[in-house]
Ligand binder design. Sequence first.
Ligand code: S3P
Length: 252
Amino acid sequence: MMNVLDDLRKKIDACDRKLLELFEERMAIVDEIGRCKRKHGLPIYDPKREAEILQRYTGDAQQFFSEIMRLSRARQARELLPYNIVLIGFMGTGKSAVGKVLAHDLGREFVDLDQAAEERIGMSISGFFKIQGESAFRALEQELVREFAVYEGMVIACGGGVVLEPSNVKRLRQTGRLVLLEAEPETIYERLKNDTSRPVLGDQVQLETIKKLLDSRDEKYKRSADLVVNTDQKNVQETADEIIRRLLQGES
Ligand code: S3P
């Protein structure tokens, strides 16, 4: 029994070596295509071509090729998007969720500034707001922006209030492109109505509060943004895909 298993494992190893060889060959061609397209000013990301390849396969094979293409995109993105991707926008627009997927798809490190803040203070943001007040939180937020903006090749999800402080925007801009996620107040309300972790929205989330706050911040969001992506009718993966596609197409 063990002999049979050993033999099969050897076959698998041989198979993996062949796969790796072909994978490396394919990736070298991907690099070549990237150089060729750049030389001729053609867009790097070609969704039609990707769809054409994928529709040749079904089931597991389709997933296999979809993953290979994701890796190819990540490889090109490293070279073509040589900056941090910084997600800004109102609460409930999906910055953290989209950021995680983006980082995964681009093979990058992800930092969520709210999470980093909570780790630093050892309590929830709403707890901190109650004890120290909003201005102490904004000071901490500024400190974290200063720390993380110097890194390269990251995906950074900001808290919704980061753009209120102009120096934050300036710092994030030095190393990154700022992508604004937008949603209608009604969508935000639906996403946050049972949430108690957003102190600026009060204990009971109201549509009116969202509308007013959004209105007062809207200009700052828009002014800070290199790219604006609406998230109303999109899931997290669709939003991440759109960001990658539009950045690769040089939209910002
Ligand atoms: C805030 C947004 C929150 C968090 C804090 C304040 C804001 O982040 O930083 O509660 O002023 O918009 P999210 O946008 O990730 O919820």
